[in-house]
Ligand binder design. Structure first.
Ligand SMILES: [Ca+2]
Length: 269
């Protein structure tokens, strides 16, 4: 039995339809499913202890693997990239299954968050959210594509697609590596400006800028350098000036909505 969907998980832990609903809400709002699943498995909340059970009930490693195993519907799925603690993600099943790591569609979720928030993730997987650096690291450690899907204020769309993207482990302050090989996009290539940068938040300034890119520019956490080109996607929603969501290319270009998604890379190196 594969635990790909929420329904699979709840079937597995044998919760009736009635009891299902409040926990579903809990998952959406508090991201509390793993702890609850473990509890139901009569286990401690220690990832290693669950490993054997995960092996018995294998999770898929990402949205692409789920896609290849059948489900083709956009939505929330349970994954484990490495056999360790499973977590929920939002999958875009167009073009073979992309795992969404960030989305901005409204101002209901504040992205001005401290380091710990950016590490563990926050928001609503159905709405605006940041998946979390530790999860992004686990998803990209073996190399990943990354796709930025941007909606401008005039309704037009832009994109930027990289074939090589990795986020390193916590000890490196989640340093990011990007390669421009095979870059495709409707905007000029800008992410390489951030290559090899550590992640910064307002309470953890890991960048070369003499300013605090987050505090001074309302940035919500990024692989800032001095401070950004691509981009300020975790900036203030709806702010149409410096500090708002957007990117810099000799000036700050505002965008309304953005979605960032990843998929394993292969056949490009
Ligand atoms: Ca700084």
């Amino acid at each position: 039995m594969a635990l790909n969907t929420l329904a699979d998980v709840f079937a597995f832990i044998d919760i009736s339809g009635k009891e299902y609903k409040p926990y579903y809400k809990l998952i959406e709002e508090k991201r509390a499913l793993p702890r609850y699943v473990y509890k139901c498995l009569k286990d401690e909340y220690i990832c290693d202890n669950v490993k054997d059970k995960l092996a018995c009930y294998p999770l898929q490693s990402d949205c692409e693997a789920i896609y290849e195993n059948g489900p083709r519907t956009d939505g929330m799925y349970m994954i484990s990239p490495d056999g360790r603690c499973p977590f929920l993600v939002y999958c875009h099943m167009k073009n073979g299954g992309w795992t969404v790591i960030q989305r901005r569609v409204d101002g209901r979720v504040s992205f001005y968050r401290p380091w710990d928030g950016y590490v563990s993730g926050f928001g609503d997987l159905d709405g605006s959210f940041w998946l979390g650096l530790e999860k992004i690291h686990r998803l990209t450690r073996d190399g990943s594509q990354i796709y930025f899907d941007m909606e401008n204020y005039d309704g037009s769309r832009d994109y930027a697609h990289y074939n090589v993207f990795t986020v390193y482990e916590a000890a490196t302050a989640y340093r990011m590596n990007v390669d421009t090989f095979g870059y495709r996009g409707s905007i000029i290539e800008l992410l390489s400006y951030h290559d090899n940068q550590k992640f910064s938040t307002y309470d953890r300034d890991n960048n070369a800028s003499s300013s605090n890119c987050c505090k001074d520019r309302d940035g919500g956490g990024w692989w800032y350098k001095d401070c950004y080109k691509l981009g300020n996607f975790n900036g203030v929603y709806g702010k149409r000036e410096l500090g708002g969501i957007g990117y810099g290319d000799g000036g700050h270009l505002q965008i309304k909505n953005v979605e960032i998604k990843i998929k394993a890379m292969y056949g490009v190196c």
